[in-house]
Design a protein around this ligand. Structure first.
Ligand SMILES: Nc1nc2c(c(=O)[nH]1)N[C@H]1C(S)=C(S)[C@@H](COP(=O)(O)OP(=O)(O)OC[C@H]3O[C@@H](n4cnc5c(N)ncnc54)[C@H](O)[C@@H]3O)O[C@H]1N2
Ligand code: MOO
Length: 715
């Protein structure tokens, strides 16, 4: 199966102006049409041998793409070096591919003789050079189209042979290849089923450690996405500024661009410059130019005097032209000027490797001329429900003894909420051969299979035996001391030569919901190098009965103004496995809580204190049109000193929370929080409300408590 394709346009002119690239998008369109499920990477690079080689190596060795299709740079001109770069990286050539393309093209034009295309294999990646025109790409793609899938299959098969031996040793039979699925699981002798679960009960800490360790084996791959689609993605390689920002000395005020050494006094107003006007003549002594915020200063001007610090001396009779103004306060050199590169120096890091792209960072990239960004790929997740009692949610009429499948919809939406797509693999019946067939289909499409139901002790709970006996899976855990979700199962297996991860969650809807948060999202976030969920401490608003098992209770938070910690209120006192939210946080009980024999994860709501001086009903942003609540305001401590402006300031910051701290610690993204510098907002999770400076207080000391508005996910 072709899982990932890269289309590389090699052309100096397209690199300078990507809008000129017609053959790349054409090739990409054909590739997407032929392999609609494959991840598609596109890139435009100049005719530089080193760069071409680097990208080919990257796509075959790091991004693990199956097919690299280049277009351009195959002709005879001095800069045409794509074939040389390709030859330098391939391990084996496949000359007949280029020969077939050439023979076909020769029937249309004798110019085809001048194409020097190369095709070859590097590891498991097939690389094919196409010529650089849209017409040639269209013709040549038709030639190779019939063999691409098979060629990639053959390359992948090398690995399957090796894995096949391994699978046989473990008793795994590859059912999906033979049409009708078989299973080694015998369900005829129900009377002899185990009366005790054979799976050791692992503690939560152990289950987390197992997931963390096993998911390290997830093989990293990268993809290139348009910046507009990159929200929440993790940057794969540091991105640098190709030009300074601002690219010219720019005014910070509406006023007059002057020469500071002229001091205070009357100046002739030579012209007016609004933002976007390119200044033509240098300023002379005794002159000034009326200027707007953001406009470029004329040569020799070294300061801006804001309009408030000037007086009109003379104007044209119609009032349309200022002739002379008086500068009242002598200006300082560089006053109210943003010098070239003061917001972003050329070569500065715009987004570092590992950064999680947010609106500010994406804005920075847009301002710096980046259209695409290389990010870590997300795993492909398949969702499957199991159970003979399940019917599609779309069926209005319930059949006798049936329930509608709510888990698949819930999990799809939950994954979406956390930025992950999923593949719907339907409902599988509790019958070994049907499960084998459904699991095979799911695993062939995804890296991670999430299924619900069939993991407990019933004679139709077949997931675990089918995974082990029919897929040779290793069960890393099959029971966890927790509530809800005791029979949660985590397994891995080799399938079609690739490692697959299986989260077999309990069928009870709440168990599936809670365990998806705790286990599945933890694993997915680790694959993308996202940090685990933030844990904060809160107080219970009321008593909470405890179960013998530690319990993950769904709760809401409330934020009274007088308490030190948020208050948590259980969604319902009866937390049997049929209800929903999440946030792993330490809380204080607001009331007495009866304990069960087992540690219990009780569902509660939380309240969070803010300071008494908090402006009580001030919305930071009017979310009200959609009847959404305002952003949460919480109290935090400054991790460092913060200089105060004359105006109250909403400073962009990140939070760090240790369970030993009484309050989260806030760190400003950058000390320079100037409003033209979007970089100082990139990565911010809170707006810190800093008070305006007074005569006696010009800075807040480390540890000072201020209000923070949560504007993003707080991790
Ligand atoms: N003898 C024992 N029985 C059970 C034990 C045990 O330790 N010993 N554990 C209990 C616990 S705890 C849980 S949790 C459940 C887990 O059961 P399964 O994962 O095997 O799930 P099923 O039996 O298939 O279903 C349980 C329940 O959930 C409903 N369900 C299943 N799938 C869906 C779906 N997609 N959408 C909506 N509802 C679904 C199903 O109809 C059942 O009512 O086992 C206990 N038993
Ligand atoms: O562990 Mo189960 O989800 O309590 O019923």
């Amino acid at each position: 199966m072709v899982k990932a394709i890269a289309v590389v346009t090699v052309s100096d002119s397209c690199f300078t102006d990507p809008a000129k690239d017609t053959s790349g998008p054409t090739l990409a369109g054909f590739a997407k049409q032929l392999f609609p499920d494959a991840t598609l990477h596109t890139i435009v690079i100049p005719d530089e041998k080193d760069i071409i080689e680097r990208e080919l190596l990257y796509f075959s060795d790091e991004a693990n793409v199956d097919l690299v299709l280049t277009t351009g740079g195959t002709g005879l001109s001095r800069r045409d070096v794509t074939p040389e770069a390709t030859k330098a990286v391939i391990h084996r050539d496949v000359p007949a591919i280029s020969v077939a393309m050439t023979i076909d093209s020769l029937q249309k034009t004798s110019m085809a003789m001048l194409s020097r295309s190369v095709a070859g294999i590097r590891n498991r990646t097939l690389i094919i050079n196409f010529p650089g025109s849209k017409k040639a790409v269209t013709e040549c793609f038709e030639v190779v189209k019939p063999v691409l899938s098979h060629a990639v299959g053959l390359l992948t098969n090398d690995e399957i042979e090796v894995k096949g031996t391994h699978d046989k040793v473990q008793g795994f039979v590859c059912h999906h290849k033979h049409g009708m699925a078989n299973s080694c699981v015998d369900i005829s002798k129900v009377a002899f089923r185990p009366r005790e679960s054979p799976f050791p009960m692992v503690e939560m800490s152990e289950a987390f450690a197992i997931i963390d360790e096993v998911m390290q084996q997830w093989s990293l791959s990268l993809e290139v996405v348009p910046i507009g689609d990159s929200l929440g993605r993790v940057v794969a390689e540091a991105i640098y500024a190709k030009e300074p920002m601002p690219p010219f000395p720019a005014s910070m005020k509406d006023g007059y661009a002057c020469i500071s050494s002229d001091g205070a006094g009357v100046r002739r107003v030579r012209a007016a410059l609004t933002a976007g006007d390119a200044p033509t003549m240098p300023l002379s002594f005794g002159e000034c130019v009326r200027i707007n915020t953001g406009a470029a200063l004329p040569a020799r001007a070294d300061c801006v005097v804001q309009v408030e610090d000037t007086k009109l001396v003379s104007a044209s009779e119609d009032g349309q032209t200022e002739l002379e103004v008086e500068v009242v306060v002598p200006p300082r050199p560089q006053q109210d000027v943003r010098p070239i590169g003061c917001d972003i120096a050329m070569g500065a890091v715009l987004a570092d490797k590992g950064a999680i792209l947010d609106a500010a960072m994406i804005g920075v990239l847009a301002g710096a001329g980046y259209q695409n960004v290389t990010v870590r790929s997300k795993p492909k997740v398949a969702l499957m429900s199991t159970g003979n009692e399940l019917q599609e949610p779309s069926e209005l009429q319930l059949k006798p003894a049936h329930v509608r499948d709510s888990n698949r919809t819930m999990l799809r939406v939950l994954l979406k909420e956390h930025g992950f797509d999923s593949i719907d693999c339907g409902i599988a019946q509790d019958e070994p051969t049907k499960l084998v067939s459904a699991i095979s289909t799911s695993l062939s499409q995804a890296d991670i299979l999430v299924c619900t139901g069939g993991v407990s002790m019933g004679e139709r709970d077949l997931l675990k035996p089918v995974l082990v006996k029919d897929f040779g899976a290793t069960l890393h855990f099959g029971r966890v001391r927790m509530k809800p979700g005791k029979p949660s199962t985590f397994a891995t297996c080799e399938f079609q030569g690739r490692k697959k991860y299986v989260f077999a969650l309990p069928g009870n809807p709440v168990s599936a919901y809670v365990c998806a948060h705790l286990f599945l999202l933890r694993a997915l976030r680790q694959c993308c190098h996202l940090p685990p969920f933030l844990a904060i401490r809160v107080r219970l608003a009321h008593a909470a009965a405890l179960d013998a098992r530690p319990e993950y209770a769904r709760a809401t938070l409330r934020y009274p103004t007088t308490d030190d910690l948020p208050k948590a209120t259980l969604i319902m006192p009866n937390q049997c496995c049929h209800l929903p939210p999440v946030l792993a946080i330490r809380v204080r009980l607001a009331h007495a809580a009866a304990l069960d024999a087992r540690p219990e994860y009780a569902r509660a709501t939380l309240r969070y204190p803010t300071t008494d001086d908090l402006p009580k009903a001030t919305l930071i942003m009017p979310n009200q049109c959609c009847h959404l609540p305002p952003f949460l305001a919480i109290r935090v401590r400054l991790a460092h000193a913060a200089a105060l402006d004359a105006r109250p300031e909403y400073a962009r910051a990140t939070l760090r929370y240790r369970t030993t701290d009484d309050l989260p610690k806030a760190t400003l993204i950058m000390p320079n929080q100037s409003s033209s510098r979007l970089l100082n907002s990139a990565g911010a999770t809170v707006l810190l409300q800093l008070p305006g400076a007074t005569d006696t207080t010009t800075q807040l000391e480390p540890g000072a408590v201020v209000t923070a508005y949560l504007i993003g996910r707080p991790y």
